[in-house]
Design a protein around this ligand. Structure first.
Ligand SMILES: *[C@@H]1O[C@H](CO)[C@@H](O)[C@H](O)[C@H]1NC(C)=O
Ligand SMILES: *[C@@H]1O[C@H](CO)[C@@H](O)[C@H](O)[C@H]1NC(C)=O
Length: 149
């Protein structure tokens, strides 16, 4: 083999090893700029007023998988699906939520907003309550993100 072929081979190997090691560091703070990743999005009916009315959820995305359809959630039901992010696009899932007279659209997943905060567990939880929408990545610490309008 000629010297410059060996050089190219080594350069190729080095690039490959760098890429593999980046993929194996999910907590690397810049990880999401390099790789694809899978997140599990959950929508939980967190109403506690014993309503027999279900929380109606209808979600769709802007990518090939398109509509993921609708669900009727009773109290404490957890509706989840997985999302594979691509580094070259800002994946987004938009959901319409309805309970009785309450109605609102919200982004259940928005790559630029959520990749970093879902990364520690690869889960994005939404707890939907009487007073609004709470986000968590561990179901322990909840942060209110939206109100019903
Ligand atoms: C809902 O039902 C449970 C069990 O019957 C009861 O303990 C709770 O107080 C009820 N909550 C409300 C808001 O009525
Ligand atoms: C529970 O809360 C929802 C939204 O505030 C309301 O529309 C519904 O009537 C309530 N159900 C009961 C049984 O109070």
């Amino acid at each position: 083999m000629k010297a410059h072929n060996i050089f190219l081979l080594i350069l190729g190997l080095a690039t490959y090893i760098t890429f593999i090691s980046l993929k194996q560091q999910p907590y690397h703070h810049n990880y999401y700029y390099f790789g694809n990743n899978i997140y599990n999005i959950h929508i939980i009916n967190g109403f506690t007023n014993n309503s027999s009315l279900p929380l109606i959820v209808w979600c769709s995305s802007d990518d090939d998988s398109g509509d993921i359809g609708g669900r009727a959630l009773q109290e404490r039901d957890d509706f989840s699906w997985s999302v594979e992010t691509k580094f070259w696009k800002n994946t987004m899932y938009l959901c319409t939520m309805k309970l009785d007279q309450k109605r609102r659209k919200f982004q259940a997943f928005h790559g630029n907003r959520d990749v970093q905060r879902c990364n520690p567990t690869n889960h994005c939880f939404w707890l939907v309550k009487e007073d609004g929408f709470y986000f968590s990545n561990d179901e322990i610490y909840w942060q209110k993100d939206f109100s019903w309008i």
